[in-house]
Design a protein around this ligand. Structure first.
Ligand code: 13P
Length: 253
């Protein structure tokens, strides 16, 4: 049975002290009754990863993840942090290909292919983000675009490596806008992604992949989105910065 993952993406927010306070509040607030299949992730600024990992230690339901990893293994890449360095700090998961990385930092499918390979080589689980901008949704070609993002960056992997991935579908028009994909729109895209994976790697493997939805998910819409059969969790930006709001989403899982 695949996991449900409720992941907060803090982006470039919070001071060191505020980050520790928030992580501690979330750690302590995770209900004891949470399903064994549910996992909570906090994707935090790189600078805080190790201290946050110490703050949440002792609760196996929650872990700290990176928001990015470099496209190189090591060397003269000032300011970058490699997947191997993340692994050496005890980090086990990283986001890759968030739409902000694609649009603001020029990450292409080709770069992401390399990043995915390096993360897997380092033993880091990638949460691979995909999603279409508004004009693509309006043109009705969103499945073509998301399909190509997945095929170009991921379909070179063998089945064993592919099965280690988590996918996050984040329609760009719903990120930070207050607009949310309807539960049906999310379900339709998640089912499309799962079928694409099944066609390439088989139904059994596809059924084991967690596909998260991101884009203005909050306490008031989480239960409807999470009730869809192919929505296996959320990647939450703004609403992950307030412990009570985020914990209400965790309770919907
Ligand atoms: P919001 O939840 O703020 O729309 O952000 C979504 C997101 O980008 C998570 O990665």
């Amino acid at each position: 049975m695949r996991k449900t993952i409720i992941a907060g993406n803090w982006k470039m927010n919070l001071s060191s002290a505020a980050a520790i306070e928030l992580a501690t509040a979330i750690r302590n607030g995770i209900p004891g009754s949470i399903s064994p299949q549910t996992e909570v992730l906090l994707c935090a600024p790189a600078l805080f990863l190790e201290s946050l990992a110490a703050s949440v230690a002792g609760n196996s339901k929650i872990s700290i993840a990176s928001q990015n990893a470099a496209a190189w293994k090591e060397g003269a890449y000032t300011g970058e942090i490699s997947a191997f360095q993340l692994a050496s700090s005890g980090i086990k998961t990283t986001l890759l290909g968030h739409s902000e990385r694609r649009s603001l930092f020029g990450e292409t499918d080709e770069v992401l292919k390399t990043k995915v390979d390096l993360a897997l080589e380092a033993g880091i689980r990638p949460v691979f983000c995909c999603g279409e901008p508004k004009e693509v949704r309006e043109a009705g070609t969103h499945e073509d675009l998301v399909g190509s993002q997945i095929q170009n960056a991921l379909f070179h992997l063998n089945a064993e490596n592919f099965s280690k991935l988590v996918i996050a579908y984040e329609p760009v028009w719903a990120i930070g806008t207050g607009l949310t994909a309807s539960a049906q729109q999310a379900q339709d895209m998640h089912a499309f992604i799962r079928n694409l994976i099944a066609d390439k790697y088989g139904k059994e493997l596809a059924d084991g992949i967690s596909i998260l939805y991101g884009g203005s998910m909050k306490a008031s819409n989480a239960s409807e989105l999470l009730s869809m059969p192919d929505v296996d969790g959320g990647l939450i930006g703004g609403a992950s910065l307030v412990a009570d709001e985020f914990l209400k989403i965790v309770e919907c899982a």
